[in-house]
Design a protein around this ligand. Structure first.
Ligand code: NAD
Ligand code: UDP
Length: 315
């Protein structure tokens, strides 16, 4: 018998597939629910034969009736290109998805973790961002479907905790990268690596001075599981990400150097509402769970480059 039954929504996506793999190898009974909008069976193909892994095609905007002990709610496209493709569905996924998964958690008395985001801070005036910062988000912009959907989901999690005494964990994830990102994902690390490996121009939006902080996926998943395992309720949202900050131009230059690519940089307009700076204050995660990322950027990039090299070769 396996220890605990765990539902992972969005389990065939980038982060979800790494989480499922860790949970399966830890002896948990894992149910992965995904509508395959951005996820793929390839990401979880190595788990399909495991007796403690089950895959289910399901859209979280519809109710789900299963019996589980814990829920990780990751379902939602995370790349701006994908979440802006059908913005109404993106908001529905965050809001209806949260209502459905919280309803499920309430019925079966399961602890539930929400994959929230640094996007709740919008284009921030406070730097780095602590959890107490309330953010600067445009309700009328192209990122609003994602940002406001995630903000509303946080409110629902808070209110289910207050009103129904649910055990909730709200994790504000900052830019994370690694193997299993989709080659056409549209996010910066996968875009730059695929372009560099193909010796195609690297598409730099704006002048490349905007900053991000990049966390390697293994570090993030370790943090996510520690947060779920934390036995203290009522701690509020917790930032997780790597506090080392780089400009996007620096990232492009690093990836060109690490791949030995002949690519040159081509400049494209900065998308509307693209945050100019982003860096997590992770002191809360450190004090609650003694968590901090360990993987240096170059090491994580190297592993991600190897993954994409194999993927492109197989094609
Ligand atoms: P991803 O796009 O690779 O994975 C999302 C998964 O959710 C995919 O498998 C997709 O098919 C699935 N999905 C989308 N809509 C769904 C729906 N309505 N019903 C069921 N499944 C659905 O993205 P990711 O990077 O793995 O992100 C996972 C979660 O973490 C998301 O909620 C995202 O907002 C959050 N997050 C990620 C990052 C990051 O840097 N990776 C940063 C902040 C927040
Ligand atoms: N970016 C870029 N070129 C690309 C993709 C992204 O210059 O091909 C920039 C983007 O404008 C943003 C940063 O890289 O400033 C991070 O973008 P991403 O889509 O990865 O995530 P975000 O943090 O904006 O949600």
């Amino acid at each position: 018998m396996f220890d605990k039954k765990i539902l992972v929504t969005g389990g065939a996506g980038f982060l979800g597939s790494h989480l499922c793999a860790k949970l399966v190898s830890g002896g948990y009974d894992v149910l992965c629910a995904d509508n395959f909008f951005t996820g793929s069976k390839r990401n979880i193909s190595s788990l399909l034969d495991a007796s403690n892994f089950e895959l289910m095609r399901h859209d979280v905007t519809f109710p789900l009736y299963v019996e589980v002990d814990q829920i990780y709610n990751l379902a939602c496209p995370a790349s701006p290109v994908h979440y802006q493709f059908d913005p109404v569905q993106t908001t529905k996924t965050s809001v209806h998805g949260a209502i459905n998964m919280l309803g499920l958690a309430k019925r079966v008395k399961a602890r539930i973790l929400q994959a929230s985001t640094s996007e709740v801070y919008g284009d921030p005036e406070i730097h780095p961002q602590p959890e107490s910062y309330r953010g600067r988000v445009n309700t009328f912009g192209p990122r609003a479907c994602y940002d406001e959907g995630k903000r509303c989901a946080e409110t629902l999690f808070h209110d289910y905790e207050q009103q129904h005494d649910l055990s909730i964990r709200v994790m504000r994830i900052f830019n994370t990268y690694g193997p299993h990102m989709h080659p056409n994902d549209g996010r910066v690390v996968s875009n730059f690596i695929v372009q560099a490996l193909n010796n195609e121009p690297i598409t730099l939006y704006g002048d490349g001075s905007q900053t991000r902080s990049f966390c390697y996926v293994d570090d993030l998943i370790e943090g996510m599981m520690s947060f779920m395992a934390l036995e203290t309720d009522g701690v509020g949202p917790v930032n997780m990400g790597n506090p080392e900050e780089y400009s996007i131009r620096e990232l492009a230059e690093k990836i060109i150097a690490l791949t030995g690519s002949r690519s040159t940089i081509t400049y494209k307009p900065l998308p509307q509402d693209d945050p100019l700076q982003r860096c997590p204050d992770i002191s809360k995660a450190k004090s609650l769970m003694d968590w901090a990322p360990k993987t240096p950027l170059e090491e994580g990039l190297q592993k991600t480059i190897s993954y994409f090299e194999d993927l492109l070769q197989a094609r």
